[in-house]
Design a binder for this molecule. Structure first.
Ligand SMILES: [Fe+2]
Length: 146
């Protein structure tokens, strides 16, 4: 699938460039087609150490203890082996999509938080996609069915 990246904020849009970047508001002209911007595991069934630290792990909970019925929880952890969060090497943000449409960006800072986010979803079916951006190793993605 074609991937267009906003040169201003790094947001990745699938299929086509949007009229306006949903993260920073940049115009369509700021987007550049970058087919290889998202890293892929060499062998998805046998991840190497780098892949284990970068490919998001997504856990879906159909029962939400906070909102109640109709809410689905998505817990996204960066890395089966959790990625470090140090000033020189950390996860800058996680972008989440539903059926390839943007839902939100969560910015992270190093030192005081783990590279883990949780979202409460109103959608109950379709695909959830998590894209993380490591300041050293770039973008990695995971996709799960709700
Ligand atoms: Fe990294």
């Amino acid at each position: 699938m074609d991937t267009f990246v906003c040169k201003v904020c790094g947001y990745a849009s699938f299929r086509e460039a949007p009229e306006k970047c949903p993260v920073c508001g940049a115009a369509k002209q700021a987007f550049q087609l970058m087919p290889d911007v998202i890293k892929k595991p060499i062998d998805p069934n046998n991840l190497n150490d780098l892949e284990k630290k970068h490919i998001p792990v997504v856990k879906i909970s159909k029962v939400c203890g906070l909102v109640g019925p109709g809410c689905i929880d998505a817990h996204i952890k960066i890395g089966e082996v959790m990625h470090v969060m140090e000033a020189k090497h950390f996860i800058m943000y996680v972008d989440v999509y539903h059926d390839y449409n943007f839902l939100c960006r969560v910015h992270l800072t190093p030192e005081k938080i783990n590279p883990v986010i949780s979202l409460h979803l109103k959608v109950v079916s379709g695909k959830l996609l998590a894209l993380e951006n490591c300041n050293v190793h770039g973008r990695w993605i995971a996709e799960v069915d709700l």
